[in-house]
Ligand binder design. Structure first.
Ligand code: SF4
Length: 159
């Protein structure tokens, strides 16, 4: 696989904001956005074993496979290998490439950031899973909690 970089950081966006994660940035994309900051031509070829080994250098359970467009290269066997070593697998996709159904269901979390009209993603985590995730994040952040309380107050006054 063409790997642009593997690094350890905090997830900076979405439901998992603040979660320690190992990022695997795969090189290459089927789109050509003007604002793209990925160096698609700058990569090293890794086998799946080498990716899993590189990931094992870091303590996080959460793995984010990003790009570029990860679905151009992602395989079911890599996701399986990551699960075998106890990882939670998230991908960040532009949503323009349909995933094989088995592969799609094997991924723990799909974040779609569309740059064109996305193809249909077949599934979504249950509402209760998302609600619990958001609630847990809010409990850790007094600022988020006050925004939530203020929004609920305004909503109740508008009813
Ligand atoms: S979809 Fe993302 S990775 Fe692909 S060209 Fe656009 S910004 Fe870059």
């Amino acid at each position: 696989m063409k790997v642009n970089e593997i690094f350890y950081s905090l997830q900076g966006e979405g439901v998992f904001t603040g979660t320690a994660a190992i990022f695997v940035r795969l090189a290459g994309c089927n789109l050509h956005c003007d604002f793209c900051d990925t160096k698609h031509e700058d990569y090293t070829i890794f086998t799946e074993e080498e990716i899993v080994k590189a990931i094992s250098d870091y303590p996080a359970k959460h793995v984010v496979i990003t790009g570029g467009e990860p679905t151009l290269q992602l395989t079911h066997s890599l996701v399986d290998r990551l699960h075998e070593v106890g990882k939670f697998v998230q991908i960040e996709t532009n949503g323009s490439i349909a995933l094989d159904t088995d592969l799609e269901w094997s991924i723990d979390w799909i974040t779609c950031s569309p740059k064109t009209i996305p193809v249909k993603i077949q599934r979504m985590k249950s509402k209760s899973f998302i609600r619990d995730k958001i609630w847990n994040r809010m409990k850790k952040s007094p600022q988020l909690m006050s925004v939530f309380v203020a929004c609920n107050l305004v909503m109740s006054m508008m009813r």
